[in-house]
Design a binder for this molecule. Structure first.
Ligand SMILES: C[S@@+](CC[C@H](N)C(=O)[O-])C[C@H]1O[C@@H](n2cnc3c(N)ncnc32)[C@H](O)[C@@H]1O
Ligand SMILES: [Zn+2]
Length: 284
């Protein structure tokens, strides 16, 4: 078993080490999990029924895949990669986990940035379609898992050197369990005025104003916050990019007909992306 342990994965049922046996992973107690054709593994507890509304819908995932593939959010990904590369520079084999990884865009680019450094990369998401896309597009640089942030995630206590959480739900106690003392938690959220001109033009849903303060408070007793970093850059959107971007946004299912018409009649538009990158160190 020891030679095959996928450090630092644990069985979601009994928390013993999880071993890689080719087409199946299993723990010493015999709980087994099949490796899907695309290479990802579903580590949700058996028989767990999830409501359809959990995780992003396939149309939203595909829109994000197309939009990100055109490089619109590359400046953000570059900032994330810079922070992580600095944080793991002195580690011989860091464990990096992206929780709520979606289709794996950020982890894929991070893997390219860290190429040559023996890091263990994991992407976790509750949406099977997202994880499937991530595993297919990943080129074998990391392992992708279906798991639920609201349950115990399948990693040993204090085994993660860098935990990434981009635009995804958070679980402070579980993140604190996973991250090694001194390890890094990096959270990215949209700033309150992210895509403001686009939101104004099409009367789209706003962003929670106090999000940053809320997150800082949630994590204050578990992690030491470092100064937040703003990442701001312009976006020049053509009609297709605009439609993908809008489909990525929450609330898109409730657009009215006039809103939809205004969007399809817009051939090009400029707006500004604004993000907040929060970094925190796990208290020793
Ligand atoms: C807005 S997307 C961000 C995806 C990716 N980080 C990105 O920026 O491209 C939020 C992601 O969180 C995932 N998610 C939502 N609830 C989750 C849960 N309970 N456990 C794990 N992932 C979850 C969704 O399926 C979705 O892929
Ligand atoms: Zn087990």
């Amino acid at each position: 078993m020891s030679g095959k342990w996928i450090r630092p994965l644990i069985c979601p049922v009994c928390a013993q080490p999880l071993g890689d046996y080719g087409q199946v992973w299993h723990c010493p107690a015999g709980h087994s999990f099949d490796v899907a054709r695309e290479g990802y593994v579903n580590l949700l507890r058996r028989h767990k029924k999830l409501p359809d509304t959990v995780g992003d819908a396939p149309e939203m995932l595909r829109a994000r895949w197309e939009f990100l593939a055109r490089g619109f959010y590359e400046p953000l990904s570059d900032v994330v990669n810079g922070v992580v590369a600095t944080a793991v520079a002195d580690h011989s084999a860091p464990v990096i986990v992206d929780v709520g990884c979606g289709e794996g865009y950020y982890l894929r680019r991070l893997a390219a940035r860290l190429a040559g450094q023996p890091a263990a990369l994991f992407g976790v998401d509750i949406a099977k379609t997202a994880v499937r896309l991530a595993a297919k597009g990943g080129g074998g640089h990391g392992r992708y898992l279906v798991a639920d942030i609201n349950e115990q995630l399948p990693f040993a206590d204090h085994s993660v050197h860098v935990l990434l959480n981009l635009f995804a739900p958070r679980h402070p106690a579980e993140f604190a369990r996973l991250v090694i003392p001194g390890g890094l938690l990096l959270i990215v959220i949209p700033a309150p005025d992210h895509l403001q001109s686009l939101r104004d033009r099409f009367a789209l849903m706003g962003i929670q104003a106090q999000k940053e303060a809320h997150i800082t408070a949630q994590f204050a007793s578990l992690f030491a916050a470092q100064p937040a970093q703003m990442v701001i850059f312009p976006l020049q959107l053509d009609a297709l990019a605009l439609s993908w971007l809008i489909q990525m946004m929450p609330g898109v299912r409730h657009l009215t007909l006039p809103q939809q018409e205004a969007i399809v009649q817009t051939p090009t538009m400029e707006t500004v992306a604004r993000f907040v990158v929060l970094t925190m160190r796990r208290e020793a």
